[in-house]
Design a binder for this molecule. Structure first.
Ligand SMILES: [Fe+2]
Length: 180
């Protein structure tokens, strides 16, 4: 399973801390242990169930968000770094883990991917934090998982969480226009 996770996520290599790299990898492994989904499916299923016939796959979207978040953090550090500290490992790890809980939110049905009963009760920000805490992921990264989606609008986001939240939403909201 480790090999499959590292194949899905070349961006794990971007995490400088070996300990955090291990915790992130382990969280994805743990998610697959508990999920009805197989690693290969993430290159086929849509990234959201909120857009009918969504034309972008789960992995294309997730990896895009990680790339946007890293580039955004780099630009912010370049121009504003002296005033606004940003921990790059936290941004990257948080972006890679933001949707790991979807592995416990989705299930396969004859009609395609759908939200499971568990997913209805516990959306992926909640299950994502549960998985990550089991694997020793630091609180600053769990905070990003918790606060990346709309639930996080009720939370005082850290700088790193703002970056991942906006990276995620800029790569999601335009697709809602396609649904109209
Ligand atoms: Fe999400």
């Amino acid at each position: 399973m480790r090999e499959a996770v590292l194949k899905l996520w070349p961006e794990i290599e971007w995490i400088a801390s070996p300990e955090l790299r291990e915790q992130v990898t382990r969280t994805w492994e743990r998610a697959f242990e508990l999920s009805p989904l197989m690693p290969d499916e993430l290159n086929r299923i849509p990234f959201t169930l909120l857009v009918p016939n969504c034309p972008v796959t789960f992995m294309a979207h997730k990896r895009c968000v990680v790339h946007i978040a890293r580039k955004a953090a780099e630009s912010m550090l370049e121009f504003m770094g002296a005033a606004l500290p940003i921990d790059m490992d936290t941004v990257i790890a948080g972006a890679i883990l933001a949707d790991v809980g979807k592995l416990l939110e989705y299930e396969n049905a004859p009609t395609g991917t759908r939200q499971s009963k568990r997913g209805e009760l516990l959306r992926h920000p909640f299950t994502g934090v549960a998985l990550a805490m089991q694997c020793g992921v630091p609180d600053a990264v769990c905070h990003i998982i918790a606060a990346h989606a709309s639930e996080g609008d009720l939370v005082k986001r850290t700088t790193e969480a703002y970056i991942v939240h906006h990276a995620d939403f800029m790569a999601f909201l335009p697709f809602k226009n396609l649904a109209k």
